[in-house]
Design a protein around this ligand. Structure first.
Ligand code: MG
Length: 165
């Protein structure tokens, strides 16, 4: 990276929130995590993949996930967010960028996510054509306060770094 001019680097940020309701499993990071609650949304409501998609689109100045995949479009109903992330990645690459790395935080009071983080990293890395060590995932609880801490919602944040190819 020492030969890379700072002007060719782009950073993006993404955030997403989805409400939880009784049901399950919890779709997160492209996995069906066993849980007695599920996220509510027009697509598969994968809060982590939505945050990643927005971070990548933002870094490349390509708008946001809602513009690309409107939540009132029939084709996006129950849509697999891996597919949306894959399409967004293709657009980012087609506009002349290479993804350097992403780093993410999932905010969920329950379930305990540490057993699933590596499988999520692997699935996301495959989708972005990155090495697994270029995908960071951390999980935090809401310390039992606020919408996350009381189990009303699950949230995620992501930062993405791109370099002009
Ligand atoms: Mg969303």
């Amino acid at each position: 990276m020492s030969s890379v001019s700072p002007a060719s680097l782009r950073i993006g940020i993404g955030h997403d929130t989805h409400r939880l309701q009784p049901g399950g499993p919890l779709r997160l990071g492209g996995l069906d995590v066993p849980f007695d609650q599920e996220a509510v949304g027009h697509s598969d409501a994968d809060v982590l993949l939505h945050a990643i998609t927005d971070a990548l689109l933002g870094a490349a100045s390509l708008g946001d996930i809602g513009e690309l995949f409107p939540d009132d479009a029939e084709e996006n109903r129950n849509r697999d967010s891996i597919e949306m992330l894959s399409i967004a990645t293709q657009k980012v690459v087609a506009s002349g960028f290479t993804i350097v790395n992403i780093d993410c935080i999932i905010f969920a009071q329950r379930p305990k996510l540490s057993p699933y983080k590596d499988a999520m990293r692997q699935k996301i890395a495959e989708t972005l054509a990155l090495d697994t060590d270029c995908v960071g995932i951390k999980a935090k609880t809401g310390e039992k306060v606020g919408p996350v801490g009381t189990g009303e919602a699950v949230e995620a944040q992501c930062v993405a770094l791109l370099v002009r190819s």
